[in-house]
Design a protein around this ligand. Structure first.
Ligand code: ADP
Ligand code: MG
Length: 243
């Protein structure tokens, strides 16, 4: 195993609002890390610093051996390796489902249209939507849209995927299909950081659960350690509210 992500004393402030106050985290290749914590604790901010959608105030982030503070690194290359899946999927409604999945590899010159189409069909099959290649995104349910968004992310052949509450905007009956796709990815060895309130998913799929609050990682451990025997008072309070 080797470290995919190493974070040292990461800090992020917005003006006087200290959101991240010194985070240390190492994520190994093939590891699935689930991040839980109250709203406003900085989970999204943290994910966004990992591919420089946010600039840290202090600290170090090393992705696949690349120090993001190094002015010489090619951030576009680093970003291509880090997929991101958000709560809101932002598909292009003027394109078909298939075209949405093909778009980035073609625009970035990774694949010609022919190959991208074959690949997109394959990926849509993987997320259970092989019959939706020619559909308009508007005709899909939220859960289907999110699965297209995952296929679109996979089309870039990422080394790791960051999920920021991927099922929070979905009707309850759509959640399971999306989680099943994520579970498959985990089984196939994808390195993943998943911010979610789906504790069942965390228990079943996470190698490690991280509890964030007040700008710190308050506690981390195996799902069993965190859910069955939390040590930190804040972790206990949080779990009492959500479980
Ligand atoms: P979480 O994802 O855990 O709910 P966030 O990372 O979204 O938490 O937010 C943490 C804090 O950072 C909140 O106080 C939020 O208001 C603040 N924040 C997040 N993004 C910005 C931004 N772009 N500008 C200013 N403040 C922000
Ligand atoms: Mg968030």
């Amino acid at each position: 195993m080797s470290a995919k992500i190493q974070v040292n004393q990461l800090q992020k402030s917005y003006g006087t609002n200290e959101v991240l106050k010194g985070l240390d985290l190492t994520v190994q290749e093939n590891e699935v890390v689930v991040m839980i914590g109250p709203s406003g604790s900085g989970k999204s901010t943290f994910l966004r610093t990992l591919n420089k959608l946010e600039e840290p105030t202090a600290g170090q982030i090393i992705v696949d051996g690349h120090d993001l503070n190094d002015a010489k690194i090619n951030m576009n290359h680093v970003r291509e390796k880090i997929g991101m899946v958000f709560q809101h999927f932002n598909l292009f409604n003027n394109l078909t489902v298939g075209e949405n999945v093909m778009l980035s590899p073609v625009e970035l010159g990774k694949l010609n249209k022919q190959d991208a189409k074959v690949e997109a069909k394959d990926l849509l099959k993987r997320v259970g939507l092989e019959d939706k290649f020619d559909a308009n995104p508007k005709s899909l349910s939220g859960g289907q849209k999110q699965r297209v968004a995952i296929a679109r992310t996979l089309a870039m052949k990422p080394d790791m995927i960051l999920f920021d509450e991927p099922t929070s905007a979905l009707d309850p009956e759509m959640v399971g299909d999306v989680l099943a796709v994520m579970k498959d990815l985990a089984k196939d060895g994808m390195t993943m950081i998943v911010v979610t309130h789906e504790m069942g998913f965390a228990k079943e799929v996470a190698d490690r659960v991280i509890f964030m609050a007040d700008g710190y990682i308050m506690e981390e451990g195996t799902p069993n350690e965190i859910f069955s025997n939390p040590q930190n008072k804040r972790t206990k309070e949080f779990l009492n509210k959500v479980l």
